[in-house]
Design a protein around this ligand. Structure first.
Ligand SMILES: [Ca+2]
Ligand SMILES: [Ca+2]
Ligand SMILES: [Ca+2]
Ligand SMILES: [Ca+2]
Length: 209
């Protein structure tokens, strides 16, 4: 009986081994093959049984199933999208996402923190030099030719008191004789035009004699 029982146990063990090629004991071998095929996964989250298995081995996820069906050749299924998440297997492997888990894909990965670029300070344009106003040359006052209108004392200048005399002549308060040069047209009166001429002479001066 003992021998018979032992034989049945051995037979059952052999049967189980034959029907479960992905035994837990064999898995590390495939994991080594995986990391050998894809060295960039060494030491990453993909160096894990979860690449091919959904939970504990031997239950395979879609990638593990495809791998098994493809004769356990990783390169044969690189273009597959085993988990149907929109990313083919090789893309996922290189992105370090699980090719057998549709909840894990490059889009679902938290974005790699990128250094926030310090905005380059926009150089403030130097204050534009305010153009210096070109000083407009004062209009050269042209001294009209003619007598020194309003020059009552003959010194070739028209002083304020002489302008006052001219105004008084215009108002009829003084005789034109008190300042003959105010009366240009000789009508015995000081008109507005004649007063303006006298004021211009006071401001601009008289022509050189
Ligand atoms: Ca995929
Ligand atoms: Ca995936
Ligand atoms: Ca004078
Ligand atoms: Ca006059």
């Amino acid at each position: 009986m003992r021998i018979s029982t032992l034989a049945r146990t051995l037979s059952l063990t052999a049967l189980l081994s034959a029907t479960t090629p992905f035994s837990a004991a064999a898995l590390p071998e495939f994991l080594v093959e995986f990391t050998t095929e894809y060295p960039s996964t060494i030491g990453t989250r993909l160096e894990s049984c979860d690449v091919c298995h959904d939970g504990l081995p031997p239950r395979r996820n879609p990638y593990g199933t495809d791998f098994n069906l493809a004769g356990r050749r990783f390169e044969q299924i690189e273009s597959f999208d085993s988990d149907d998440d929109g990313f083919d297997n090789i893309t996922e492997i290189l992105a370090l996402t699980f090719p057998g888990d549709d909840r894990d894909n490059p889009n679902a990965m938290p974005p790699t923190a990128t250094a926030t670029e310090v905005p380059t300070a926009t150089p403030t344009p130097a204050d534009t030099a305010t153009p210096t106003h070109t000083r407009t040359p004062a209009a050269t006052a042209t001294i009209a030719p003619g007598p020194c209108y309003g020059d009552c004392n003959g010194d070739d200048t028209v002083a304020i008191n002489e302008l006052i005399i001219s105004v008084r002549i215009a108002l009829g308060e003084a005789s034109v004789d008190s300042c003959s040069l105010i009366d240009d047209n000789g009508d015995g009166q000081a008109s507005i035009n004649e007063l303006v001429r006298a004021v211009n002479r006071a401001l601009l001066g008289c022509p050189m004699p």
